[in-house]
Design a protein around this ligand. Sequence first.
Ligand code: NI
Length: 204
Amino acid sequence: MKTFRYIVMPAIALLLAMNIYVFFYKGFIEPEIDESSEIKSSGEALVVGSFTLTDQNGNKVSDSDFKGKNMLVYFGFTNCPMICPTDMANLTQVLEELGEDAKKIQPVFITIDPQRDTPEQIKTFLSNFYPTFVGLTGTPREIADVANKYRIYYKQVEAEDLQEYTMDHSAYTYLMGKDGKYLAHFRHEQPIEEVVRRISQRIN
Ligand code: NI
């Protein structure tokens, strides 16, 4: 009986707690990738992010237009109160610190709120950040497609205290190679110096 009380019961409680954590936290907030799964065992890149979308000037843009450059891709929305502006400001700092290497990088912002994020709206938003940023929007279907390719979770949610809806979304930045294939990703609030170092190591 003691074994049951002191070992089995706590073990069950722990497992239960872990499952609840995984279900609510990992399941809803983070896509199913982590540092160790950057590259699948087959050698295939986990993320292959081809797209054709509309930029902040109203022009059609494809990922192939950026071949020969490393893309730094961030998904967010311009009405985001906190996380997106913080991440975009951090990415701006990262690019500034990369100096000459920043010329090898095409920073790309892709909205997950195409309903409100028109090219004009994105253009205004981007004026606060690194000058070479391209901002992309599209039809809801085009956005769903590209978000799916990048394993980005997003969902429209009603906010009780707000007039308008807000968006729940994963906040990852992807570094893509010159061939358009996945190289690395960075989490929200990953230290700037670490991001700078990892990008320098990976771009060519
Ligand atoms: Ni956001």
